[in-house]
Design a protein around this ligand. Structure first.
Ligand code: EPZ
Length: 424
């Protein structure tokens, strides 16, 4: 049943909230469990629909999966297929990680083309470049990614044309079971790439240099089971930080790793918000009087400003004093949510990847539609700030990446409810 979020805006967020486990870390780690010869248990998983989609794919392949709350146990010993159907693959982008995992283990993978947020063309040429360097033959049509390595995979040195998160992860998965050593140059450095490396090493693999632009993998090592806890979600933490500032609130975000949040923290401080890092603990406190200066943002691969946070940030900037500019260098179509914020009274103009946002005194609630996951997050921030009531449709997009967001915000003082989409 289609649902919507209804937000009665203008209320300050105050109190303490706990960050979930990282969605994008979990989406890389769950397929990696296929690399093991024994069951693995992964803990601190966010209870979001993307995780359930990966469970369904694992079961389709023949693995046995037990998902209980935030813990998933995966036994890969029953896997009897290397085919991932369109029925499941289209539900998320991360389904393509099964290409690297299945190719590494079985020398074969037939994975229907992935889905994911409509924020650009999102090509996979760097993934294919990596697989071919490792000795695979890959064919892609508009529905399937088919990879074969009749004689197994071998180590290689792979230079990525750009620090692609997905390509880095997919190559790590395949290279872990390749015979020989692999070097990925110009690799992504995101926290969830480091988390995946730590998980592979916990299974007996050897991945060094994750978090730098050169990752070295010693492949072909025996892989055993393990229990692993996923890192906190950098993007959920950032979204909550932005919401706290947007409502002139005072929020302590527990579980947030300050080192992962530096780019956002710098921009919130530049705007005039107060950000204090937990002394001796993983937490961040955000306070604001609601009077914000405009700032300019350029999204970049980690540790630059995360593209996944520019959309929620654009809502905050909609009522900052002056004109802000957001340069979205990662995706070519990630400003569509500004159409919806304009309906709420925001003033902005988009020229290709550049958004120019003129701050207005206030936003006014109305009916708006989420076009993707982080666009939905942006509309939640806008609704929290706005005068009056905001109904956000397509809430299923938000549910892909935020666990019970309305409950967390309600606990902080927001008045927000989940309703059937056709409710008055
Ligand atoms: C991951 O997407 C995340 N998704 C995205 O988060 C995030 O925005 C992105 O990394 C950047 O941080 C998951 O982890 C499941 P990329 P991914 O490979 O792997 C170019 C969210 O909201 N590119 O770094 O697809 C292309 O322009 C989602 O949680 C190629 O040209 O990111 C692409 O747009 C949205 N060829 C850009 O890099 C390739 O082969 C970023 O891609 C690969 C990428």
């Amino acid at each position: 049943m289609a649902e919507k979020l209804r937000i009665y805006g203008g209320r300050r967020l105050e109190g303490t909230v706990v960050v979930n486990g990282g969605k994008n870390a979990a989406l890389a780690i769950i397929p990696a469990a296929l690399l093991s010869s024994e069951p693995c248990t992964i803990e601190n998983l966010p209870q979001v629909s993307d995780i359930a989609a990966l469970r369904d794919i694992l079961e389709e392949l023949g693995a046995s999966v037990t998902l209980a709350g935030s813990s998933m146990t995966i036994d890969p010993r029953g896997v009897h297929s290397t085919f991932v159907s369109e029925e499941h693959a289209w539900r998320l982008r991360a389904s393509y990680y099964f290409v690297g995992a299945l190719l590494g283990v079985f020398g074969k993978a037939d994975v229907s083309y992935p889905g994911g947020c409509a924020i650009g063309s999102r090509p996979i040429d760097q993934h294919i470049k990596g697989f071919e360097a490792l000795g695979a033959e890959v064919t892609v049509d508009n529905s399937m990614i088919c990879a074969r390595a009749e004689h197994g995979l071998h180590g290689a040195e792979i230079y990525l044309d750009m620090p692609s998160v997905g390509a880095t992860i997919n190559i790590m998965l395949a290279a872990t079971r390749a015979k020989g050593n692999t070097i990925i140059v110009n690799a992504g450095k995101e926290p969830h790439i480091v988390d995946l490396a730590n998980f592979i090493n916990a299974m007996g693999g050897s991945v060094k240099g994750a978090g730098t632009d050169t990752i070295r993998i010693r492949g072909g090592r025996p892989m055993h089971g393990c229990t692993y806890t996923v890192i906190p979600d950098q993007i959920e933490a950032g979204t909550l930080m932005i919401a706290a500032a947007a409502t002139a609130g005072d929020v302590l975000i527990r579980g947030a790793l300050p080192t992962h949040m530096e780019a956002l923290t710098a921009k919130l401080l530049e705007m005039g918000a107060r950000v204090d890092e937990g002394v001796g603990e993983d937490s961040i406190r955000v306070r604001s009087d609601g009077n914000h200066r405009h700032v300019n943002i350029k999204t970049l691969p980690y540790p630059g400003f995360p593209t996944d946070l520019q959309q929620p940030m654009s809502a905050l900037l909609s009522t900052a004093r002056g004109t802000s500019i957001i340069n979205e260098t990662i995706y070519e179509m990630r400003h569509r949510h500004l159409d919806e914020i304009r309906r709420m009274g925001g003033q902005s103009e988009v020229r290709d990847r550049i958004a120019i946002i003129d701050g207005v005194p206030k936003l006014t609630g109305c009916a708006v539609t989420a076009t993707d996951l982080r666009a939905g997050a942006a509309l939640v921030v806008a609704g929290l700030m706005a005068e009056g009531v905001t109904d956000i449709y397509n809430v299923q997009f938000i549910d892909r990446g935020y666990e019970h967001l309305e409950k967390k915000l309600s606990q902080l003082g927001a008045r927000i409810e989940r309703l059937p989409a056709d409710a008055d």
